[in-house]
Design a protein around this ligand. Structure first.
Ligand SMILES: [Zn+2]
Length: 151
């Protein structure tokens, strides 16, 4: 799933759960549950388009993670929504680290990796180009929930 969708999941969890001692671990776990949902695979694009898509996703997710906690009207300290958004995205940092080291998006997922990374990859049982539509619907649904929670 895109970093943007993981970030939105994190902020929604923060607002619903409210208690940071529960919300932060739930946001982290939400990453793996969300990865079970059929989603978009940037590797289905050409290498240059995949890099552009991933870069745009990371920029949008980072921007949202900085701005949403500050701009949303809710009754939580800003740090809780910020940390939950990062917690929800954080498991994918390993893919960014592996890409930085290997310089080849396909090697990120085919070269030797830890048991946890293999499990993380297996959870993403359906990542396809068509998954883009699922991601778009997921984003729209989560934005609707977010707006409903902050009105
Ligand atoms: Zn993931």
């Amino acid at each position: 799933m895109t970093a943007t969708n993981h970030a939105i999941n994190g902020v929604v969890i923060a607002i619903i759960v409210k208690k940071p001692e529960l919300a932060i671990p739930l946001a982290f776990l939400s990453h793996f549950l969300a990865d079970l949902v059929p989603h978009f695979n940037a590797r289905s694009l050409s290498a240059s388009r995949a890099k552009s898509f991933i870069a745009a996703d990371v920029i949008i997710a980072t921007g949202l993670t900085i701005l949403l906690p500050l701009l949303l009207r809710h009754h939580l300290p800003v740090w809780i929504t910020f940390v939950c958004m990062w917690a929800a995205m954080s498991p994918d940092i390993i893919w960014g680290w592996r890409f930085w080291r290997k310089k080849d998006i396909n090697k990120v997922f085919t070269d030797q990796m830890s048991r946890l990374s293999r499990l993380h990859m297996k959870l993403q049982w359906s990542d396809t180009r068509q998954g883009f539509f699922v991601e778009a619907a997921w984003l729209a649904g989560m934005i609707y929930i977010l707006i409903s929670l902050t009105e």
